[in-house]
Design a binder for this molecule. Structure first.
Ligand SMILES: N[C@@H](CCC(=O)N[C@@H](CS)C(=O)NCC(=O)O)C(=O)O
Length: 225
């Protein structure tokens, strides 16, 4: 997809890993905004995020990284805000101040209080110390804690999506975290009816579907046939 105002601009490059939830949320934004980009796969399992070349792009060694000519941005939150300013169509934040604050709060619950606690580096440290069962219950504990907070926070705002009937920033953080919880960690979602409903709604949106891990070129079982 290429919108008329970007036809003559060099393609953005997204350094991404197929199953990374932080990369996933940036892919959703790029799709929503109809921005054409080059997919640069970084294999976290092979440690490609720890190579000197990659650390020059992002000294902390995480995906995603967005390269826009001489501008290099890492951290999905910063990337999303950058994209939103540069490509204002389909805004990621509502103009209503209260709703905007709720979007930022929900996004931060995921990005500060859930996702970092299930990161590969953390899981590896845990694996050295506890059983796989204990490791998974640690991850589930923090996902459940965050999901309970999101259910409470969003109950007064949710419509079809997290803060009404339009997709905003909160949805871009929640959808990948739901994927992680349900597909990777097999979390029992029965205690989270609102989030389960949102998950259904996201599954119907092409911008979300195309951003899913299974549809990325570096997914080991990806097929273009
Ligand atoms: N706050 C950062 C976190 C980035 C992050 O944790 N990325 C993960 C994948 S979702 C990663 O690269 N992990 C590598 C590791 O833990 O070694 C963001 O939102 O981009």
């Amino acid at each position: 997809m290429e919108s008329s105002n970007e036809q003559h601009q060099p393609k953005l490059k997204l350094y991404s890993y197929w199953i990374s939830s932080c990369s996933y949320r940036v892919r959703i934004a790029l799709n929503l905004k109809g921005i054409n980009y080059e997919y640069k796969a970084v294999d976290l399992m092979k440690g490609e995020h720890r190579t000197p070349e990659f650390l020059k792009l992002n000294p902390i060694g995480f995906v995603p990284v967005l390269e826009d000519e001489d501008i290099v941005i890492s951290d999905s939150f910063a990337i999303l805000l950058y994209l939103d300013e540069k490509y204002p169509h389909h805004p990621l934040l509502p103009s209503d101040l209260k709703k905007k604050a709720i979007n930022l709060q929900a996004a931060n619950i995921v990005s500060s209080s859930i996702q970092p606690l299930q990161n590969i580096a953390i899981l590896k440290q845990l694996e050295d110390r506890v059983t796989p069962e204990d490791r998974d219950s640690w991850v589930k504990h923090f996902i459940e804690n965050g999901f309970a907070a999101l259910e409470e926070l969003l109950k007064g705002y949710a419509g079809k999506y997290a803060t009404g009937d339009e997709v905003f920033l909160a949805d871009l953080f929640i959808a990948p975290q739901l994927y992680n919880a349900i597909i990777r960690f097999k979390l029992d979602m029965s205690g989270f009816p609102l989030l389960s409903r949102l998950n259904e709604a996201y599954s119907e949106l092409p911008a979300f579907q195309n951003a899913m891990p299974e549809n990325q070129p570096d997914n080991p079982s990806f097929s273009t046939c």
